[in-house]
Write a protein that binds this ligand. Structure first.
Ligand code: G4F
Length: 330
């Protein structure tokens, strides 16, 4: 039985990945931060087979202990301060967790080791935010980075140090440069879920307005369930490497809003959307669109869920959740 340790187990990707690895017969360990973390219950209810270990990316000792306990074949480093807007509010914390946390995890793996025949394989969750003010379109594994936020800058460090440990110490370390990936498990602070949740509530008469920032940025949005498959595939190859994971399509925030309202049967969406300066960022990433040819050819990866299916799935989910809440409160 293969063993995997996932940091960021309570997040969208952690939960999707744990589900995938369990379905493949892995023993899965999840690193959990903080005492009485309220999200632990969610993971325990959803995925009772996952064993939770306490640890924090700011504390090397706790990472060494977690790796010693889990004795993993594979480590997936998904934990981070992942909300770009928050990284402007807490840049130092972001650098410490999202950036230096990667270095600590790599060091923990080096310290604990793994047998010579079976060294621990490492996956780093890199991000298309590293491309920021893009130098070319579409973006590939070779496109230079130009981050536009403390989050993007921290991810560049995480990516570079992963490549460096691979080249310096021969570690099987991979970096997945994932473009935006969403789902019904997405946190409400991210724009897609914020939109689909508000659309559902407006449809049910529970709220009238949706306050948003800049509607013009364009993103390459895929389905998170498809993307965790690429993470796993990277660690099953003969050689480690870096891969862009994307759909190759780009859509604006405005288009996401229109589609979501339309799917709920509301066509006069502009009546419900107010532009609020508080949601604008000090520096914006205007356009992202990835070229996943390498992942498609070398990993055999393909995305299964289209943009419109993604929007519809999220709206349908939120309509159901909000309807259930209303019925339970009666
Ligand atoms: O949903 P977002 O917050 O995602 P963002 O910033 O693109 O980052 C996400 O994807 C990255 C991969 O490229 C990940 F690395 C990262 O961890 C995260 O998962 O914002 C998307 C766009 C931005 O341009 C933002 O300015 O939506 C715009 N936006 C407009 N109004 C808003 C809002 N974003 C949020 N969160 N809330 C708004 O009200």
């Amino acid at each position: 039985m293969k063993r995997a340790l996932i940091t960021g187990i309570t997040g969208q990707d952690g939960r999707f990945l744990a589900e995938l690895l369990l379905s493949k017969g892995y023993q899965v360990y999840g690193l959990l931060k903080g005492q009485a973390n309220p999200k632990a219950q969610l993971v325990q209810a959803e995925l009772p087979q996952v064993e939770l270990l306490e640890g924090d990316l700011t504390d090397l000792t706790s990472l060494v202990r977690a790796v010693e306990t889990a004795q993993p074949d594979e480590v997936y480093n998904l934990a981070a301060i992942s909300f770009v807007a928050m990284s402007f509010q807490q840049p130092e914390l972001t650098a410490n967790i999202t950036g230096l946390g990667v270095l600590r995890m790599l060091e923990a793996i080096r310290i604990v080791g793994g047998s010579h025949d079976n060294p621990i394989r490492f996956y780093q969750a890199s991000s298309s935010e590293m491309f920021g003010k893009v130098r070319e379109t579409p973006q590939t594994e070779l496109t230079p980075f130009y981050p536009r936020s403390p989050y993007g800058a921290a991810k560049v460090f995480g990516h570079d140090i992963t490549v460096n440990y691979r080249e310096s110490y021969g570690m099987f370390a991979c970096s997945g440069i994932l473009f935006n990936h969403e789902s019904e498990k997405r946190g409400l602070e991210f724009v897609t879920r914020k939109i689909t949740n508000a659309v559902a509530r407006i449809k049910l008469g529970l709220q009238t307005e949706l306050a948003l920032g800049n509607l013009e940025p364009q993103r390459d949005w895929g389905y998170a369930g498809d993307y965790v498959e690429a993470m796993w595939l990277m660690l099953q190859q003969d050689q480690p490497g870096d891969y862009v994971v994307a759909t190759g399509e780009t859509h604006s925030v405005r288009e996401f809003v229109e589609r979501a309202f339309h799917h709920a049967g509301i066509d006069d969406w502009e009546r419900h959307v107010v532009i609020d300066e508080r949601f604008f960022r000090p520096a914006e990433v205007d356009l992202l669109v990835g070229d996943a040819t390498k992942a498609e050819q070398m990993l055999g990866w393909e995305r299964k869920v289209s943009f419109s299916e993604l929007v519809e799935r999220m709206v349908d989910h939120d309509l159901k959740v909000e309807t259930d809440l209303v019925e339970r409160s009666r």
